[in-house]
Design a protein around this ligand. Structure first.
Ligand SMILES: *[C@@H]1O[C@H](CO)[C@@H](O)[C@H](O)[C@H]1NC(C)=O
Ligand SMILES: *[C@@H]1O[C@H](CO)[C@@H](O)[C@H](O)[C@H]1NC(C)=O
Ligand SMILES: *[C@@H]1O[C@H](CO)[C@@H](O)[C@H](O)[C@H]1NC(C)=O
Ligand SMILES: *[C@@H]1O[C@H](CO)[C@@H](O)[C@H](O)[C@H]1NC(C)=O
Ligand SMILES: *[C@@H]1O[C@H](CO)[C@@H](O)[C@H](O)[C@H]1NC(C)=O
Length: 490
């Protein structure tokens, strides 16, 4: 079964949020009944059927036949090939998950050998050949516990069992008396060897799966500037039809939290995907986006110089002749540029069916005179926008539209300005420069912490009070190579 059994768990882990003690995480993942089914299918098909080829220890038996002699029988090279599972179920308990595969079948091949010597003749009779065995009506059950251990998920195997119902043996050659004897004497032994072998393999698989979970990073890089804190918070919550995991979900810069001032809220009612038959719900608190905004702001990534405009005349003092005459008089026909920097992190507010954003920026008008950059005017802007988000691959991507803005003069080296004359120019600059720039960045999106190999599909987004809920199905790429598992896709 290998570590494959774990995909599901990784998936689970990859989507959750954090909180310690009673704090709540800012991202949580709700894996619906449909999602659990998806995981179960992965586990069962990838794990149980990848048990093969499974080598079982050799079986040897010495039978004393009274007044006749001694029969020594050896089965070696016992190999399990295909394991097929016809139906399987997953059930959630209060602290764990039970997976039951029933009606499983498998086939084995083995070498047989016997030697027979009698009391009265020193001549030994022996024979050997191959046999194939068909095992049917096998039941395999696992009970797993999942808990939060210091911010990582710990997977424990409570129980693992395998029960073999029917065995059919077919000998390749050999005498018929031997066949009958073997069926009678060894069916049980072969069944027990299969049960033991599969249980052992599954146990090893769960241990590997657990170590994969333990090895999940606690932070996931988000482009260059930041990392998403994917520390698990609180215990996983099991209900009869879903599993909820929480992760911290805030962005941090260079290993230190810089927005530790977010207050953990206690949400009474989580938004859910109840009406949508989706595999997975990912709940993102608005604090996630505001933490991203803080990180980018603090990383000094939110300023830029404008030296090209659709209306290029606005980058020469001559273009401002009638709007700020004193600027033109002081610096006639000089080129200009605009130095725009955010003065505080943008604030994102999520409410019922809408997202609003406020951007606070200072716009400095520089005059370029004989290789010198002379800042002459600074205008503070407060821009109100409305946002749209959608899912592209595994990213939440956004765009913003202008709702309105206010402006105030912060300082001026050319005296007082008639702000109402500047207003339309600012509008143009915001529309043609500022928002396209912002949208370029927002378009790159915010990566959801989804394990590599899994992709969201047919995602829908629901905005509710301070929460964005992504309801989505998940597809899994067969090509996933566990050996090269890079845990999070970006
Ligand atoms: C053991 O079984 C495998 C697979 O059936 C076979 O290829 C191999 O030759 C066998 N080995 C021996 C020693 O019989
Ligand atoms: C497993 O299922 C496949 C497809 O249904 C079938 O061809 C194969 O014979 C089955 N193998 C066993 C061991 O039952
Ligand atoms: C086991 O079943 C598979 C699929 O039916 C078949 O290809 C394979 O030859 C079988 N192996 C043995 C040893 O019976
Ligand atoms: C990540 O979140 C956990 C849980 O809230 C917290 O204990 C830890 O300090 C955070 N890590 C960083 C680097 O902020
Ligand atoms: C842009 O303005 C900021 C102050 O808001 C200043 O620190 C920065 O040096 C200016 N950049 C350029 C290239 O003039």
């Amino acid at each position: 079964m290998k570590p494959k059994i774990t995909f599901f768990f990784i998936l689970v882990c990859s989507i959750v949020i954090y909180s310690q003690a009673n704090e709540q995480g800012f991202i949580s993942a709700v894996i619906s009944e449909k999602g659990l089914d998806f995981i179960k299918e992965l586990l069962v098909t990838k794990a149980i059927s990848s048990i093969k080829p499974l080598q079982l220890p050799q079986i040897e038996k010495i039978v004393k036949i009274p007044s006749l002699g001694i029969l020594r029988v050896v089965f070696s090279n016992i190999t399990v090939y295909e394991v097929n599972v016809s139906s399987s179920h997953v059930k959630l308990g209060e602290t764990g998950i039970a997976i039951i595969a029933s009606g499983a079948t498998c086939n084995l091949s083995m070498n047989w050998y016997y030697s027979y010597s009698t009391w009265f003749s020193p001549v030994e009779i022996s024979d050997k050949g191959r046999a194939s065995v068909q095992v049917e009506g096998m039941e395999v059950g696992l009970t797993l516990g999942l808990e939060n251990q210091g911010g990582t998920l710990k997977l424990t195997l409570f129980e693992c069992g395998c029960y073999v119902k029917d065995i059919f043996i077919q000998l390749d050659g050999g005498a018929s008396w031997f066949y009958q004897m073997m069926v009678d004497a060894f069916e049980g032994k072969i069944g027990a060897a299969v049960e033991h072998g599969i249980t052992k393999k599954l146990t090893e698989g769960i241990i590997k799966l657990d170590s994969l979970l333990q090895a999940l990073p606690k932070e996931v890089p988000v482009y260059d500037a930041a990392a998403l804190n994917v520390t698990f918070m609180n215990e996983p919550v099991f209900s009869s039809s879903s599993l909820t995991l929480e992760i911290n979900g805030l962005l941090m810069k260079a290993r230190k939290a810089i927005y530790s001032n977010y207050h953990h809220k206690h949400r009474q009612h989580l938004a859910s995907c109840n009406d949508l038959p989706k595999t997975l719900g990912i709940l993102l608190d608005e604090a996630v986006f505001n933490s991203a905004s803080s990180v980018y702001f603090n990383a000094d990534l939110m300023h830029f110089i404008v030296d090209e405009l659709p209306e290029q005349s606005l980058l020469n003092t001559a273009g401002w002749r009638f709007i700020i005459p004193q600027l033109y008089r002081k610096y006639p026909n000089d080129d200009m540029n605009l130095n725009i920097s955010l003065s505080s992190p943008p604030v994102i507010k999520i409410s019922e069916n809408k997202i609003d954003g406020s951007i606070y920026a200072d716009l400095i008008i520089d005059v370029l005179e004989s290789n010198q950059v002379i800042p002459v005017i600074c205008i503070s802007l407060e821009i109100q926008g409305s946002g749209l988000v959608k899912i592209s691959e595994n990213n939440v991507v956004g765009s913003v539209k202008l709702k309105g803005f206010t402006m105030t003069l912060k300082w001026s080296k050319v005296g007082n300005l008639r702000m109402f004359l500047i207003q339309p120019i600012m509008w143009t600059i915001i529309q043609t420069v500022f928002l396209p720039y912002a949208n370029l960045h927002l378009g790159k999106g915010f990566p959801l912490p989804i394990v590599h190999g899994f992709t969201l599909q047919n995602a829908e987004i629901i905005c509710s009070s301070s929460l964005i809920t992504v309801c989505s199905d998940v597809i899994y790429e067969e090509s996933l190579n566990l050996a090269k598992l890079s845990l999070f896709s970006q």
